[in-house]
Unconditional design. Structure first.
Length: 279
């Protein structure tokens, strides 16, 4: 079911590195105006560079992930763009749309309609199903446990590129030692919503998050830049709709193939796929 070239999604739960600051983050208090801070040059993220985690940035990240982690069920729509890299330097921008349904502790469904495929990913607490709507083929594998455990198995063991998997789980994927910085860049508008823009740095990955400033701290946009990958590919998602506390029945997470569908085997995982690269 894997047809090259295909999108390479961000590493499993990479975005949740923002939650690393939770243990030391102060409770969000009165909002403080902070002047925009330019991103440090790539050399600043080296081993000897000073690690700076601004308290205001830590508090915003904590609030955003705490809110998402507290939802028993939710849904969202995201418009996605990402780069495929050819010949080390040539980038081709492709796009897609994602509709995601999550019910904790052990249910999710991801529908992705994009330039490179039209797929639905199901998890019902007992098994994982990947359905290719264009070829009308589907594959399944036994998977169990919480959504966090399931994503770890689906992405890490089965090698499936699961769109926006970071927004299905609740735990951090990186240790605090890997965090090189967190800064407030400033305020901006995303889809008509006033947002705080936060920059998070790793050794080889820059993450920008736009967190809604009024009401629930919803993540409205994210941009990933893979600084060390050939062509420095980027991944961008704009979350145009959020639906918290959505009532979702078991039926929503059940795949029922029609007569025209054919069952196939999941392809063997590819070791260490390069972000946004060409398979």
């Amino acid at each position: 079911m894997r047809t090259p070239p295909r999108p390479q999604w961000p590493p499993a739960r990479a975005l949740l590195l923002a939650a690393l600051v939770l243990a030391t983050a102060p409770a969000p208090g009165q909002e403080k105006k902070v002047a925009p801070i330019p991103a440090p040059p790539p050399s600043a993220a080296g081993a000897d560079a000073e690690i700076v985690v601004e308290p205001e940035a830590a508090a915003l990240l904590k609030a955003a992930w705490d809110w998402l982690g507290a939802q028993e069920s939710y849904a969202f729509h995201a418009e996605v763009e990402y780069d495929e890299v050819y010949g080390e330097v040539t980038r081709v921008r492709v796009s897609g749309r994602a509709d995601v349904l999550v019910r904790r502790p052990d249910r999710f469904k991801v529908f992705f309609d994009g330039d490179r495929g039209r797929n639905t990913f199901y998890y019902d607490g007992k098994s994982f199903v990947l359905a290719d709507l264009r070829s009308k083929s589907w594959a399944t594998a036994p998977v169990s446990g919480s959504n966090d455990a399931a994503v770890e198995t689906i992405v890490g063991t089965l090698g499936v590129q699961l769109p926006l998997s970071d927004f299905l789980v609740t735990t951090a994927a990186y240790s605090a030692s890997e965090l090189k910085g967190a800064y407030i860049v400033g305020e901006s508008q995303v889809a008509g919503k006033r947002c705080h823009q936060v920059l998070v740095l790793l050794d080889d990955l820059d993450i920008q998050l736009w967190i809604e400033a009024d009401g629930n701290p919803l993540i409205r946009k994210l941009v990933l830049v893979y600084r060390e990958a050939p062509g420095m590919p980027q991944f961008e998602a704009t979350f145009t709709e959020w639906y918290p506390s959505t009532k979702l029945s078991d039926y929503v997470f059940t795949f029922l193939p029609g007569e025209a569908w054919r069952k196939v085997e999941l392809a063997a995982p590819v070791a260490e796929p390069a972000p946004a690269g060409k398979e």
